[in-house]
Design a protein around this ligand. Structure first.
Ligand SMILES: Nc1ncnc2c1ncn2[C@@H]1O[C@H](COP(=O)(O)OP(=O)(O)OP(=O)(O)O)[C@@H](O)[C@H]1O
Length: 754
């Protein structure tokens, strides 16, 4: 897909850069035509008009810039296209502010953290692809490349300079593909992890920058999100990169009044920006003459960004300008450069390749299947299908067939040999005929075993009854109850709707659904049903939930059908809660559901565990809140020190004991910050595990309540029949307190930018 590079302009609010003097009364020498997206700059001798794809004026917020510039690219990035946003402009015009963010509020965060947030949100929503995210952060200074994430993650001790950062190298393959050597790529599985990696890189960038006696102005920084994705179960992998490039300030050396080391660095910068300009000019010419040589190799920065400039990438440029009167000449040259960039086309394609490891795995699997198929065919050739199976073998095959039919997810039926397969096919035909009421067909050469047929019919009937009951349990579109069914009344809510409240989703009351009176529903009184429970087989998953205090039934020889087991379990519901039913009436059940539910909760066999989980959860939330608060404080402390340090370096122009001291303090604060982040992560892991446990038990309690309620209705109906018609307002939000805590905690996390 061929696209010209989109060029956009951002105007830094006049006076926003404390390092630049500004007279608030000065006459503005610029004008924006919002209809045509044209910036007019008043030069010394003439006016200049520059047309952009979009202009962000001085009032634009970080959110607006993100939404317009990066948000639309995220879909392409996730689809496998390389993307790049680079900021270009004079020193102090707002490049770093735009890319990384300001030191102030959460709303000031820049494109990079916002992109990470959006990325992880999208990944979360994607159900059919697997994603892996890796982050890199490179810095190019004086034609040397450094890994800003090297050693990061470790507590920082001592001062960090560029010598302590790994040097990166660029290699170009014969196919002209650029490979970066020695640049770490940190995996991130959550937005919190990703933001922490970014923070580490930013800290390294700041501390090393000031160690080199220069501000961020002097280097180019490139933060890269590497994304690998593949559809579930596929070996075709897409690999895309999103570069966020903060170029060094583009001002002319003569204007900066630099000297010494800063002057030589400024020359390097000017040289690399000069090469960038040359590359852009060559690319513009190459549009007309494809044989035109583009001199990417002349500088490390242009080589690094080769793909983003005129290559396989969707690229956007943000030109940043400072519009105070004295900055107008620099703003004109920034806009002139942007015009050249805007004429360049990139050819972006989806980067798809085959993952060899996954391919091998898949081929091996295919091979195995082929071998099995071959074996079956070989056996079949000479066998003429007449070999009899032993009764055990037959039962084994039947079992496999039944499992296969019952599980719609199963794609293959693996029964073993050719003879067994033939038997399976005949057995399936027999099941089909039985279901259709058609002629029975023998599974073997012998006549069909009558006992087997009866057994199967019984299973089918039992399954139908069971399905009916379960359908009623989960609610849904089943027909409305017939009047004669009303005597088995009980609340039946969709499980989705009972997560925190017993009210229907729209808050209105709704009709109860009734357990149908079917062949399988016990007609006996609950007391006798409870006797039946003595024979129940309680080793099904649902039965494992029955409290230990429930007397274990003696194991009887007769194996009950699943429907029978279920009904028995239902009747055992009286044991999951020790409420004395003789003190309750049907009317109370009907009208005082909240009270009943509260009683149920307190007398529920698992109440102690639930309460203890809730207490643990609350303690953990409190801990996490405290940790998040101190992280916020440490972060803002570090931000303040960062600003102070930068201002001091700009003011003094060289390192002093004072700057050394601030740097040392800053590193201490950063180490403490890292420790707190790690501690918070550990608390979060514990939180998740307790939360999961609590949720499972809460769900189970809600299901148990429904079972118990049905049981209680049945029990009381036999004493004082009554008709329950409507469901009153539910038990309310039983976990409101915890939910509020959760909300408060996540708000705090968001505020901390984690
Ligand atoms: N849109 C803005 N709103 C508020 N403050 C801003 C804005 N843009 C820049 N600033 C402030 O102006 C100052 C300089 O901005 P910044 O460091 O982003 O410039 P830069 O172009 O990256 O400079 P350099 O080339 O030196 O790195 C900072 O104090 C920053 O907070």
């Amino acid at each position: 897909m061929s696209n010209t590079i989109k060029i956009q302009l951002r105007v830094r609010p006049p006076g926003a850069n404390p390092a630049m003097q500004f007279d608030p009364n000065e006459k503005p020498l610029y004008n924006i035509d919002y209809n045509d997206e044209v910036m007019q700059l008043v030069g010394a001798n003439q006016n200049y008009n520059f047309k952009f794809n979009h202009i962000f004026d001085a009032k634009s917020t970080q959110e607006e810039v993100y939404d317009h510039l990066v948000k639309p690219m995220m879909g392409d990035f996730l689809a496998g296209f390389n993307c790049c946003v680079f900021c270009y402009g004079q020193t102090g015009s707002g490049k770093t502010y735009t890319q990384t963010g300001g030191n102030g509020s959460y709303n000031d965060r820049g494109l990079m953290p916002r992109a990470l947030e959006q990325l992880f949100q999208q990944i979360e929503l994607s159900k059919d692809r697997n994603f892996d995210v890796y982050l890199s952060y490179a810095q190019i200074l004086n034609e040397g490349g450094f890994d800003l994430l090297s050693q990061s993650g470790q507590p920082v001790s001592g001062q960090r300079t560029h010598e302590q950062l790994a040097r990166i190298q660029l290699l170009e393959s014969e196919a002209n593909v650029i490979r970066v050597r020695n640049l770490s790529a940190f995996p991130a599985t959550s937005v919190e992890e990703a933001l922490n990696v970014l923070w580490n890189g930013d800290m390294n960038r700041l501390v090393t920058a000031t160690s080199q006696n220069q501000s961020s102005t002097r280097s180019h920084c490139i933060f890269t999100i590497n994304l690998h994705s593949r559809p579930n179960g596929s070996e075709v992998i897409r690999k895309s990169k999103f570069h966020f490039v903060d170029l060094a300030g583009s001002e002319r050396v003569s204007q900066t009044g630099s000297e010494g080391l800063i002057l030589s660095q400024a020359r390097y910068i000017n040289v690399s920006l000069f090469h960038l300009e040359t590359v852009i000019q060559a690319l513009a010419r190459a549009q007309k003459d494809p044989s035109m040589h583009v001199p990417y190799r002349n500088s490390l920065m242009t080589l690094y960004l080769k793909d983003s400039l005129g290559g396989n990438c969707k690229t956007a440029m943000l030109a940043t300008v400072a519009v105070e009167q004295k900055n107008i000449p620099e703003s004109i040259s920034t806009c002139q450069f942007a015009m050249q960039v805007g004429s360049i086309s990139n050819l972006a394609t989806i980067n798809e390749e085959i993952d060899p490891k996954l391919l091998i795995q898949k081929l091996k699997q295919e091979n195995k299947l082929l071998k099995e198929e071959l074996k079956l065919l070989k056996e079949g050739e000479g066998a003429n299908c007449q070999k009899d199976l032993s009764p055990e073998e037959e039962e084994d095959v039947k079992q496999k067939v039944r499992e296969f039919l019952a599980d719609t997810q199963k794609q293959t039926l693996d029964v073993g040999s050719w003879f067994r397969l033939q038997f399976a096919i005949r057995y399936m035909r027999q099941l089909y005929n039985d279901k259709q009421g058609g002629p029975s067909s023998p599974t073997t050469a012998q006549p069909l075993d009558e006992n087997e047929l009866t057994r199967l019919k019984k299973i089918l009937q039992q399954r139908d009854a069971e399905i009916d009951i379960l359908t009623q349990m989960v609610g849904g579109d089943q027909p409305k109850p017939q009047p004669h069914q009303a005597k088995h009344a009980g609340p039946m809510y969709d499980y989705d709707n009972i997560d925190t409240t017993y009210e229907s989703q729209n808050g209105s009351t709704r009709e109860l659904k009734f357990v149908p009176e079917s062949e399988s529903t016990p007609k006996s009184r609950p007391q006798s049903a409870s006797k039946q429970q003595q024979t129940a087989i309680l080793d099904r998953p649902v039965a494992q939930n029955v409290p230990d205090s429930v007397p274990r039934p003696p194991v009887k020889e007769k194996k009950l059908s699943e429907a029978e087991q279920y009904l028995n379990i239902l009747s055992s519901a009286g044991n999951i809660c020790k409420i004395d039913l003789s003190k309750l009436s049907l009317n109370q059940l009907k009208n005082e559901e909240q009270v009943i539910f509260a009683q149920f909760q307190s007398k529920y066999y698992n109440a102690e565990r639930l309460n203890s989980d809730k207490e643990t959860l609350q303690t953990l939330y409190k801990d996490a809140k405290l940790q998040a608060n101190s992280i916020i404080q440490l972060k803002s402390q570090a931000e303040k020190m960062k600003t102070e340090l930068l201002q001091l370096v700009q003011k003094l122009g060289s390192e002093t004991e004072e700057t050394d001291f601030i740097k040392e303090q800053l590193q201490k604060v950063n180490s403490e910050y890292q420790l707190k982040v790690r501690a918070l992560k550990e608390t979060q892991v514990q939180l998740k595990s307790v939360e999961a446990d609590l949720n499972v038990n809460k769900d189970k309690m809600k299901k148990d309540f429904i079972r118990w309620y049905q049981y209680a209705v049945q029990y009381l109906q036999n004493q004082q029949p009554a008709k329950i018609e409507t469901h009153k307002k539910g038990a309310g939000s039983i976990d409101q307190e915890i939910d509020d805590e959760i909300q408060a905690f996540y708000n705090l996390k968001k505020k901390a930018g984690m």
